[in-house]
Each structure stands twice: as structure tokens, then as C-alpha cells.
Design a protein around this ligand. Structure first.
Ligand code: NAD
Length: 443
């Protein structure tokens, strides 16, 4: 096959990233085979069910399946026979008991696929990995691929955001192609033609830089969040107002307002583990000092969770035990059902551990939360969990919570007290409605 001809794609690992990628690529016109070791997930996707919450994705899955261009399998043999370009989208979580990334899944996927690569093919890593992984995997693939087959590895880090995953995949703000040859770049360009035809900027670079771009981007974003939360700590100490401070900084276009939102801080399946893995990897290769600030970024972020619990305690007069607490939010961010390292559930569990009668509601993540933390109590709606509450604590900034009428909520609670862990509510409006309103970094 000519390098510029439209390739057949496999997507290995069909979680948040891989399922979105597979579905969007099929909608864009490619023949796509989704591959996962999780039979249940593959069966769901094949029957038209997206196994997680992502706006717009179920409709696109239906369209892709109907087109006949998207299929799913658990067979690597089938994947090897089918694909010209194979995208690696498996998880790279934090290793238990260490800050390092767990590369077991990436290695397993490559080792399972390589023996079936019996014609010229490009394997493209999209997962977030420590720098140096691509170089190592290149050797693994070349070792395991059938003799005489020309297989190359490229890295194309993924920047999609859960909640905006479809748009970010179809219309990314940039693409990074880490490649070792012109052929690999041409193959990638052919694999993303409809996206590149929109004028999407491409940075062509080497494998190590491509791996680093992703962790550097996430480190920057995490640092920006922790920076404003560090300012919130200072504001709290002197009675200043973090909201006004953040709004003022945001008006400086060298700084900008994005990711400058004070509050409970970041969580999820990416930022926390990515900054830890980056710091760990930097130490391994002898440049730990260069990114040692990431340890502080992580610490500031963790302190916000404890501080949120303190704020609830203060508002309750010093005692959480025995108090009825409505916890609004479980997902690590709105428009997602992802509860990996979710600050909301961390806070809810701490308050539960302190003897609070915590009831949690989330518009999308309740099933995941129930499965992971059956010890917590859950309710059917924001108002339901607030019934007779001594305090309401907003932990994930779903617009559903923002839209709640303080007067209507006042009808169901025992005490009109609210902690806004995300600076999501209009403090004046809530105070005017008779609520004791508290937020991190505001007096
Ligand atoms: P996920 O846990 O939702 O999905 C990973 C999938 O890989 C699972 O379905 C799992 O069953 C499958 N898998 C595991 N081992 C496998 C194997 N040997 N062969 C085939 N499939 C296998 O994770 P995710 O959130 O989709 O993240 C995947 C990668 O993408 C991670 O490196 C993550 O850091 C990165 N990433 C994620 C996002 C995001 O928003 N979720 C954004 C950018 C980058």
C-alpha cells in the first residue's frame, strides 16, 4: 500500500480515549477495528452501547455501526490482519505504591499485536507514557514482528478532554506526530486526512519530544490550577478574596483565565498520575530537580481537599460527626462519569470517615461511585440528598447545580449553609436568599 493511501485502522484499548477515537475515525470515513481485552466492553460497544458517559458519543457510535465501517474484537490476530495503522490507546495508570506509570498494559498490547504484524504497518502510541517508552517499544516490536516485516512505531499524544472528547478528536487544536521517518509521517497524515484538511496545525518531531509534549502540557495545566490555589491559601490567611484576585489575573491576556479557577483542585485519570509519573521519570534520568516543583503542585492540590473538609467543619460549628451532609458531585469534573482520583469523592469519604451522614448525588457518575464506594449513601437528585441537610457541599461544578434556586433548596434543608468547593455559585445571590455561603479562599 502507498503511504498516502487511506489506511485501515485498529484502535487497541477502547476506554475513554480509544472508544472515542475508534468511533470518530469511523464517522470520518475510515474502516476501523476496535480491540480490547475486556470482553464485556467489546460486547457493549458492538451492540451500540458506549460504556461511559460522553456527550454526543452514543449517537456517533450508532452512526458508525450503521455505516458498517466500525467493528470490535478481542482478537489480536484479527487486528494484525486488518490494520495498516494501529493506535495504542490502553491505560497507563499510576503503579500501586509508586509514582511511576504502570506500563504493563502498553507492553502487553504491543506484545500481543506484534507477532501478527505480517505486512508493513505503523503502530502509533496515543497513551500518555514516560519519555523513552517509544524507543524501548520500537525494539520490542521489531523483535516480535515476523522476520522481514517492516513495522515502525510513532507517537501521537492525545489531548482530548472528557466531556468534549468528540469535538477534541474531530477538531483538535493541534496534532503532534513523533516519527522516525517520512513514511511514518505520511501514514499519519493519511490516517488523519479529514482532520488535517480543516487546517489543524501539525508539529512533526521525534519520539521523545512527542512523549514529552503530553506530560509537559498536563504539568503546565496542573501548575496553573495549583498556582491559583496557592494564592487562595494566602488569601485565606489575610482575609483577601481569591475570586477577585483570579478575575483580575485572568484579564491579563499573558496569563488568561483558563485553568485559573480556584477551588477543590484537579483529579481524574490524567493530571495527578501524569505529573507524578513525570516527576518520577525525571528523577530516574537524573533531571529530577528540573521538575521538582511538580511535587509542590501535587501537595498544594491535595491540601485543597483537606481544606474543603475544614471549611465544612467550620461552617458546622466545629463538628462533622452526626451532621447531615449533602455532597453535590462525584465525577472528577462535570460532563463526565469518570471517578478516577475524584476530589469530590475523596472529600465525601473523608467526611463520612469523620462520622458525617453524607449523601452523594451526581448527574452521571452515581453508578461508578456506588460500585467503587458502596459505604457511602447516594440519592436520586440534588434536592433529594439535600433533604434535612445541615450543610450542602458543592464538589463538582455541574451546571445542574449552578441552576438550582436557593429559595427552592431552602425549603428542603435543615440549615441554609452551603460550601461552594468550585466557586460555581453566585455568592451574592445565595447570601441574599439567606444562605451562609462559604468558598475556599474567600472571607
Ligand atoms: P481507560 O482505562 O478508560 O481505557 C483503557 C482501556 O485499555 C480499557 O478498556 C482496557 O480494558 C484496555 N486494555 C488494557 N490492557 C489492554 C491490552 N493489553 N490490550 C487491549 N486493551 C487493553 O483509559 P483512558 O482514560 O482511555 O486512557 C488511556 C490512555 O490515554 C492513558 O494513557 C491516558 O493517560 C491517556 N489519555 C486519556 C485521556 C482521557 O481524557 N481519558 C486524555 C488523553 C490521554
Amino acid at each position: 500500500m502507498n503511504a498516502t493511501e487511506s489506511p485501515r485502522l485498529t484502535v487497541i484499548g477502547t476506554g475513554y480515549l480509544g472508544a472515542t477515537h475508534a468511533i470518530c475515525m469511523a464517522v470520518l470515513g475510515y474502516e476501523v477495528l476496535g480491540v480490547d481485552v475486556d470482553e464485556g466492553k467489546i460486547a457493549k460497544l458492538a451492540s451500540g452501547e458506549v460504556p461511559f458517559f460522553e456527550p454526543g458519543l452514543p449517537e456517533l457510535l450508532a452512526k458508525a455501526l450503521e455505516s458498517g465501517r466500525l467493528r470490535f474484537t478481542t482478537s489480536f490476530e484479527e487486528a494484525g490482519g486488518f490494520g495498516d495503522v494501529h493506535f495504542l490507546c490502553v491505560g497507563t495508570p499510576q503503579q500501586p505504591g509508586s509514582d511511576a506509570a504502570d506500563l504493563t498494559y502498553v507492553d502487553a498490547a504491543v506484545r500481543a499485536l506484534a507477532p501478527y504484524l505480517d505486512r508493513r504497518a505503523l503502530v502509533v502510541g496515543k497513551s500518555t507514557v514516560p519519555v523513552g517508552t517509544a524507543k524501548r517499544l520500537t525494539e520490542v516490536i521489531q523483535d516480535l514482528a515476523p522476520a522481514g516485516t517492516d513495522v515502525e512505531l510513532a507517537w501521537n499524544p492525545e489531548f482530548l478532554r472528557e466531556g468534549f472528547a468528540v469535538d477534541d478528536t474531530m477538531r483538535p487544536d493541534r496534532m503532534v506526530f513523533g516519527v522516525a521517518s517520512q513514511w511514518a509521517e505520511d501514514r499519519l497524515r493519511a490516517a488523519f486526512k479529514p482532520v488535517l484538511d480543516l487546517g489543524t496545525p501539525v508539529v512533526r518531531t521525534d519520539l521523545a519530544t512527542a512523549e514529552l509534549v503530553k506530560v509537559a502540557a498536563n504539568s503546565f495545566l496542573a501548575t496553573k490550577i495549583s498556582y491559583i490555589n496557592a494564592m487562595a491559601e494566602v488569601c485565606e490567611a489575610v482575609g483577601a478574596d481569591i475570586k477577585d484576585l483570579a478575575d483580575s489575573l485572568a484579564l491579563d491576556d499573558r496569563i488568561g483565565g483558563k485553568f485559573l479557577k480556584p477551588g477543590l483542585g484537579f483529579g481524574g485519570g490524567c493530571l495527578p498520575k501524569d505529573i507524578r509519573a513525570f516527576a518520577h521519570r525525571a528523577e530516574e534520568i537524573g533531571v529530577g530537580q528540573a521538575v521538582s516543583f511538580l511535587r509542590e503542585v501535587d501537595d498544594i492540590n491535595r491540601r485543597r481537599r483537606a481544606r474543603t473538609v475544614d471549611l465544612v467543619r467550620e461552617l458546622l460549628g466545629g463538628q462533622i460527626s452526626g451532621k447531615r451532609i449533602a455532597a453535590w458531585g462525584a465525577a472528577f469534573k462535570p460532563n463526565s462519569d469518570d471517578i478516577r482520583d475524584a476530589p469530590a469523592l475523596d472529600v465525601a469519604r473523608t467526611m463520612h470517615g469523620l462520622g458525617g451522614h453524607v449523601r452523594v448525588f451526581d448527574p452521571a457518575a452515581l453508578d461508578n461511585a456506588r460500585r467503587a464506594f458502596p459505604e457511602l449513601r447516594y440519592g436520586d437528585s440534588a434536592l433529594d440528598v439535600a433533604e434535612n441537610a445541615d450543610v450542602v457541599v458543592l464538589l463538582t461544578e455541574w451546571s445542574d447545580f449552578r441552576e438550582i434556586d436557593p429559595a427552592a433548596l431552602a425549603e428542603v434543608v435543615r440549615e441554609k449553609r452551603i460550601v461552594d468547593g468550585r466557586h460555581a455559585l453566585d455568592a451574592e445571590r445565595w447570601r441574599a436568599a439567606g444562605w451562609e455561603y462559604r468558598a475556599l479562599g474567600r472571607s
